[in-house]
Design a protein around this ligand. Structure first.
Ligand code: SAH
Length: 257
């Protein structure tokens, strides 16, 4: 029996002059999609960001260009990345833009796709597993659960200016029972205060999942009142989840320590 199932899927090819914007998932290289693997196998040039797992990159002989951005350190400006994607594609290269998680979830994939569309470059979006869903699953936290929450809100903790996101926090607090916060470690205390001021309970369950789906994953379970202090002790790469569904981690943690 031929077990090369990926080959049997008959996937599209990454053609010369095309750019594929691919989500690599939150960490575990096994979380890349079959289309993502196809792009890794076929790319001439890969632009990757800081969150992409090295094992994935090591699979490819393509030219690899680091286009990382980390809070505070701007190694490559967004415009430069977009321009580079356009020029590589216009040189006739098969270009893979590999981003952590899902390219369209707080990942500026939309801006890059806009630049490609405006330059008349052909592109494909390959969605990935986002940290706020798949990363939580690696901590045994279902992002929705019938007994705890029928809705979820995804939030970024800070905006382009590096300040706390200007949101109607009172409205947020009265919206979905579960809140999932990206890029929020630094402002976790302020966010918790704003939510409590709007009526969310200080004893409400919260988790900080750091380096989710990676070998060094860490989960801190705390309360809304304790969130600010706990966040200060957490690793920089953290996703925060607030809501009753966090309590399921007690029963559903499955990743061996
Ligand atoms: N596009 C990405 C998010 C990029 S924003 C996605 O869909 O997952 C970067 C933020 O994502 C980080 O500040 C952190 O809050 C979160 N994040 C990404 N990968 C993570 C991981 N492995 N563990 C914990 N948080 C992660």
């Amino acid at each position: 029996m031929d077990r090369n199932l990926v080959a049997k899927l008959g996937l599209a090819d990454l053609e010369p002059g095309w750019v594929w914007l691919v989500g690599a998932g939150p960490g575990d290289p096994g979380l890349i999609t079959a289309l993502g693997l196809q792009a890794l196998a076929q790319a001439d040039a890969i632009l990757f960001d800081a969150l992409v797992d090295e094992t994935l990159l090591s699979l490819s002989d393509a030219e690899k260009i680091y286009a990382g951005k980390r809070a505070g350190v701007r190694s490559c400006k967004q415009d430069e990345i977009s321009d580079l994607l356009v020029s590589l594609a216009k040189e006739g290269k098969r270009v893979l833009r590999l981003k952590g998680g899902d390219p369209f979830v707080f990942g500026r994939g939309g801006e890059e796709a806009q630049a490609l569309a405006r330059a008349g470059v052909n592109f494909r979006i390959v969605p990935g597993i986002t940290a706020g869903i798949g990363g939580l699953a690696y901590a045994g936290i279902p992002v929705t659960h019938r007994d705890t929450n029928h809705a979820v809100t995804f939030i970024t903790g800070h905006g382009v200016d590096g300040k706390l996101t200007s949101l109607d926090w009172a409205a947020v607090s009265h919206g979905a029972p579960t809140l999932v916060l990206y890029m929020a470690r630094r402002f976790a205390g302020e966010i918790a205060d704003a939510l409590m001021a709007a009526g969310r309970g200080p004893d409400e369950a919260c988790a900080i999942v750091s380096n989710a789906a990676r070998d060094n994953q860490q989960v801190i379970v705390t309360t809304l009142a304790g969130l600010g202090a706990a966040a200060q002790t957490a690793e920089p790469l953290s996703i925060i989840v607030i809501g009753e569904n966090v309590k399921l981690a007690g029963e559903l943690s499955w990743l061996a320590p």
